[in-house]
Design a protein around this ligand. Structure first.
Ligand code: EPZ
Length: 421
């Protein structure tokens, strides 16, 4: 198992490029199941989760060609089986988004129930309910979702509560080949949902309203493949912007999408960062000694993203003043708090809110990553801590941040990956 060792206290300066968005890449790759001809997906990030999705599609018999730029050509005409096996699903619960395409295109699917994970129970009841409303017969047996339809799925009027990114994506794909009209009420508005809709429209789907809370899909008989380039990763971008707001310095992030992270940019400006943006770049300069503490509450897009909550707990732990951060999306997404507390952070948890009293400096320590964004927050804490911080179990971070130590080294960080195996 690898670990990261960071010597804190350096300002970060330089230019990096955002990678493709993991949370768009995964559903877009699953959309290849719907196409009658190969789908070429580019700007894919080199991440374990993307590799797992490619492995999952490969395990079903799809023909997949990967080039050195990590562009992927997926041909679903060679499909051999309609099963998403537990061995793969348990390592990446987003595998659930193959359910909608498999059912809609092949009228059958057997998908392992994804377990929970560190941040919550992560149920999939909304996914299952929606497929049933579209006419699927679904039984849950031996840890699997066993689903089938007599002929095409039928359009339906579907409402989600709570808002669910994955369930919205599953229905977008299922409805694209269903018979008739599907309306998704209280749909997720995340930019990654909009990106998936753009890809499906590119393949011939008829979709109106992506990015609003009401999406209308008119099913078509067939979809073609074609080419699609995945949007830049807004959470990766926001994480690096937060890092520089904490360490001080200056960063330009290119090939990104500033208007997909306005809520984070506003909070970083409130915290003292000077930010300017262009069509595909963000420039941030932090001249102040310490950031100003920032209270916030996470929520579905366009509210402040839950995927940036842990990073802002790290920022507040060394900010000037006290702040509260409420997590309204997941029930257990404060695993990073104890680890930052071990570095001297003054954080108390009450229900779904963390109360943080900013201090001058954290002290480096050995800490353990528990989930993807928690591990990012520990890296940020290590970058500003006095002395050395070693972060264990960084396979979590490799799921969502492409070459994190290389990008941070470019910015001047003192960070090393130690391979223990
Ligand atoms: C997506 O997860 C993202 N993952 C998550 O990013 C992100 O945190 C989350 O959306 C919220 O923005 C991918 O896109 C691969 P949800 P998803 O369904 O789709 C409840 C990261 O760090 N719910 O929007 O699984 C659920 O428990 C990851 O990159 C049900 O109750 O999230 C949660 O409380 C972490 N029943 C809320 O909805 C369901 O059937 C939102 O979950 C489905 C969800």
């Amino acid at each position: 198992m690898d670990k990261l060792v960071i010597k804190g206290g350096r300002q970060l300066r330089g230019e990096i490029s955002a990678s493709g968005a993991k949370n768009s890449a995964l559903p877009v790759l699953a959309a290849s199941l719907l196409a009658d001809s190969p789908l070429k997906v580019s700007n894919l990030p080199h991440l374990n989760d993307v590799t797992t999705m490619i492995e999952l599609l490969g395990s079903m018999g799809l023909d997949i060609i990967l080039n050195e730029d990590m562009d992927v050509l997926v041909d679903s005409s060679t499909i051999k089986n309609l099963n998403a096996r537990y061995e793969l699903v348990k390592t990446m619960r987003a595998s659930i988004v193959v359910l909608g395409p498999l059912l809609s295109k092949f009228h059958q699917a057997e998908v392992a129930l994804p377990g929970g994970c560190a941040i919550g129970s992560r149920p999939v009841n909304l996914h299952i309910q929606a497929m049933r409303e579209m006419g699927a017969d679904i039984v849950l047996e031996n840890g699997y979702i066993k689903a089938k339809t007599q002929g095409r799925l039928k359009g339906a009027n579907i409402s989600f509560d709570p808002v669910s990114v994955g369930a919205t994506e599953n229905v977008l794909m299922a409805a694209s080949l269903a018979e008739g009209i599907t309306t998704i009420n209280n749909a997720a508005k995340e930019p990654e949902v909009v990106d998936l809709a753009r890809c499906l429209i590119n393949m011939g789907a008829k979709i109106e309203g992506a990015g609003t809370d009401k999406i209308i899909i008119e099913g078509v008989e067939s979809l073609s493949g074609g080419e699609f380039s995945v949007m830049p990763d807004r959470v990766e971008t926001a994480t690096y912007l937060t890092a520089v707001t904490m360490t001080g310095g200056k960063i330009k992030i290119k090939n990104t999408m500033p208007d997909s992270l306005t809520s984070v940019i506003h909070k970083l400006q409130e915290s003292g960062a000077e930010i300017s943006t262009g069509k595909d770049w963000v420039l941030l300069e932090m001249k102040k000694e310490r950031p100003i503490s920032i209270s916030l509450s996470t929520g579905p897009y366009p509210s402040f993203p839950t995927d940036m909550q842990a990073q802002f707990v790290a920022l507040n732990s060394i900010a000037k003043g006290s702040a509260s951060i409420s997590e309204t999306v997941f029930e257990n997404r404060f695993m990073h708090v104890q680890e930052i507390a071990r570095m001297g952070g003054k954080i108390t948890l009450k229900g779904n809110t963390a109360f943080i009293e900013g201090i001058e400096t954290l002290i480096g320590a050995p800490v353990m990553a528990t989930d993807l964004r928690a591990s990012a927050s520990l890296v940020l804490a290590g970058l500003v801590a006095e002395g050395s911080t070693s972060i264990d179990r960084i396979y979590h971070i490799d799921r969502g941040y492409e070459r994190i130590e290389e990008k941070l080294k470019v910015l001047g960080a003192d960070i090393e990956r130690i391979s223990l195996t």
